[in-house]
Design a protein around this ligand. Structure first.
Ligand SMILES: C[S@@+](CC[C@H](N)C(=O)[O-])C[C@H]1O[C@@H](n2cnc3c(N)ncnc32)[C@H](O)[C@@H]1O
Length: 649
């Protein structure tokens, strides 16, 4: 793997490879991957959809069988099959096959890049088959058993039975035992669809549990997981100048951000993560990302961005000796303090009007700590996690040591809807004068009990039921009990630094959005992700928040194209007993309607303004027009916020 400069060498400068040699090798790799058609659809073609689904569940047997069957049928090894076996399934392959699959880069080149490991000196292998070299990127290793003759001509790959043939296991006397190469990293094709169209990349990350045959190491660099996809689908595609990806890992969010940003700064505490991220950007021809090493906002001290994206290491982990701390998911802080640090720190790094989007866990805590080792009982008074989140939003300052918050302000009911932020709320004294409370839209998607949470993340680390599992389980429950944690929420945070109309940091009264909601139900169908929906809802919110009721009454609104209405009738009756508005995209929301609201929405085709529609309805329903307006306008504002109704174009 090419080395990045040491941290002490950085002096705040960008992180980068010695591109002299490496960029040539990366270009060769790119050309070989393209020539082999190493793509998501090609892999499905190799082993079938059932094997694809099994791989999603971390099971590779069906894929191995599919590859073996294909090889038997064709009588040859396809380059894409060799690459898939090596880099996706994590199995060793014959060096000759890899040489055929990487004709430009060569096996030695893959070794040079750190993609593979060859068990014999590069020169010895190269003499027979690989004149130019692939080992520098650290992507492969070739294995030649003692006494075996390297043979570039032998077909190889998986045994048709599905069992891996690893040359290291062959008897030393095996005649013509093929030299084999093993992967040092995963390298997978990744395809996606976003606001800018369909595209695909190749992504390098550390070997997973399957290939390693053991739990992941603490410095593992994760590939693209479920949380990565969730966040990339949420990223608002609004054109931006500067974007920050905090905790970039393999670089996937920074790469997505590069599609709507002029310049991206990607940071991580892990040097290896930055190396892999820089490799991924280069491999996919993206040159607008700058990589910086450091914790949290430290690498961007004093800088501001239009958009901050972060899938931070938010997993809550006990700080107990013997409990592994995985860099990729755990920021080393107590409880949800890392998420708090990102939330509180965002304001100082956003441009006015800039948005931060992140995933996170947050704790619901008993209002008073339980005795050591004792879970908070069902009757304990619990501080709503949303109240804790709001306290972070209201005081955008760097957090100090995180205290137990049993003395948190009295519990506030979680806002179910958008609420105007009350600027008369006294400051708690910790916010800097130039950082007003943040606008926020928080969506809690899941809530887990401490036991469920512990099981999820112990399993994620590769520990299976047994004494070690029980030891970790105990540590997790003790840790939760120490802070009186009763539940853990997971969801999405969208934060915005309020701006004045002339583009300065908002002053008192500039904030209009404080929306914290629970959306546990299935989300709508969004082939291109939720990012554009979030952006449209935010714009609609800003539009309606700037309108007093008189101006809103003069507005011509339309119904969004994904909205349908469902009506239920008692048999034989003309009037519906139940009317529901459905959103096909976005968050797939449902809204119960009464007669007046259903009629108002039905008439919102852009012809009549809201006031005229309400006037006509008042006559029809024999209602007072003023009363009807007072009843309907707040609902209209909510429907605009949720994307059911659209403001004038
Ligand atoms: C959950 S992974 C996210 C990776 C990638 N952004 C994605 O979405 O798939 C979190 C990343 O944060 C990094 N990290 C851990 N602690 C950090 C810290 N204190 N400051 C910055 N990054 C940190 C980890 O090394 C890891 O790469």
């Amino acid at each position: 793997m090419p080395r990045l400069p040491r941290r002490s060498d950085l002096s705040g400068a960008d992180v980068g490879f010695n591109w002299g040699v490496t960029s040539v090798l990366i270009a060769r790799l790119r050309s070989d991957l393209a020539a082999a058609n190493f793509s998501v659809t090609a892999l499905t073609g190799l082993w079938g959809v059932e094997a694809d689904a099994a791989l999603q569940r971390n099971q590779r047997v069906p894929a191995r069988r599919g590859l073996a069957a294909l090889q038997a049928k064709l009588g040859r090894v396809e380059p894409s099959a060799t690459l898939a076996e090596l880099f996706v399934l994590g199995l060793s392959v014959a060096q000759a096959d890899l040489a055929a699959a990487l004709p430009t880069l060569t096996v030695a080149g893959a070794e040079e890049l750190g993609l593979v490991s060859a068990g014999v000196p590069v020169g010895a292998v190269a003499a027979g088959t690989n004149p130019s070299g692939a080992a520098e990127l650290g992507l492969v290793t070739s294995l030649v058993p003692a006494g075996a003759k390297p043979s570039g001509a032998k077909p190889s790959g998986a045994d048709p039975s599905g069992a891996e043939i690893d040359s290291a296991e062959l008897p030393a006397s095996a005649p013509f035992a093929p030299a084999r190469v093993r992967p040092l990293v995963e390298l997978r094709p990744y395809s996606f669809l976003d606001e800018f169209g369909a595209d695909s990349w190749w992504i390098v990350s550390d070997l997973g549990e399957l290939a390693l045959g053991r739990p992941l190491g603490e410095s593992h660099v994760l590939g693209i997981g479920g949380a990565s996809r969730t966040l990339s689908g949420l990223i608002m595609p609004t054109p931006a100048g500067r974007v920050l990806d905090l905790g970039t890992g393999c670089g996937i969010q920074a790469m997505h951000a590069s599609r709507h940003a002029e310049h991206v700064v990607a940071t991580d505490i892990s040097e290896r993560a930055l190396e892999l991220a820089a490799l991924n950007a280069a491999l996919n021809g993206i040159d607008t990302i700058e990589f910086r090493l450091g914790s949290l906002f430290e690498p961007v001290a004093g800088e501001r961005f239009d958009h901050i994206i972060s899938n931070p290491p938010f997993v809550i982990t006990p700080r107990t000796p013997g409990v592994p701390s995985y860099e990729y998911r755990d920021g080393g802080m107590v409880g949800d303090a890392l998420v708090e640090a990102v939330v509180r720190g965002a304001a100082a790094h956003l441009n006015p009007g800039g948005v931060a989007q992140l995933l996170g866990n947050w704790e619901y805590r008993a209002a008073a700590p339980a005795a050591a080792g004792v879970e908070a009982g069902p009757t304990a008074s619990v501080t709503d996690a949303f109240a804790r989140l709001e306290s972070w939003l209201d005081a955008p300052a760097a957090p100090g040591p995180v205290p137990f918050d049993g003395d948190a302000p009295a519990e506030r009911p979680a806002s179910a809807r958008t609420t105007e932020y009350d600027r008369s709320t006294p400051s708690n004294g910790t916010e800097p004068a130039d950082a007003p409370p943040l606008d926020a839209w928080v969506i809690e998607r899941e809530v887990q009990l401490p036991s469920e949470y512990a099981e999820t993340w112990i399993r994620d680390g590769g520990t299976r039921p047994g004494p070690d599992f029980d030891r970790l389980y105990t540590a997790w429950l003790d840790d939760f009990a120490a802070r009186g944690v009763t539940r853990v929420g997971f969801g999405y945070l969208l934060l915005r630094l309020p701006a004045t109309p002339d583009g300065h940091v908002g002053t008192a009264g500039a904030s209009t959005l404080r929306r914290l909601e629970r959306l546990p139900d299935a989300l709508g169908h969004n082939p291109t992700g939720l990012g554009s929906h979030l952006a449209a809802c935010l714009a609609a919110h800003d539009w309606q928040a700037a309108m007093d009721d008189a101006r809103l009454l003069r507005a011509h609104l339309t119904v969004a194209s994904d909205v349908t209405e469902e009506r239920h009738f008692w048999p034989g009756q003309d009037d519906p007993t139940l009317m529901t508005l459905h959103q096909g995209g976005g968050f797939g929301r449902k809204v119960a309607l009464d007669t007046a609201l259903a009629a108002l929405i039905g008439a919102c085709d852009g012809d009549l303004n809201v006031g005229a529609i309400i006037g006509a309805l008042a006559q029809l329903l024999d209602a007072d027009e003023g009363d009807l307006s007072a009843e309907l306008l707040p609902r209209v504002r909510e429907l605009l916020d949720d994307g059911f109704l659209l403001p004038p174009a």
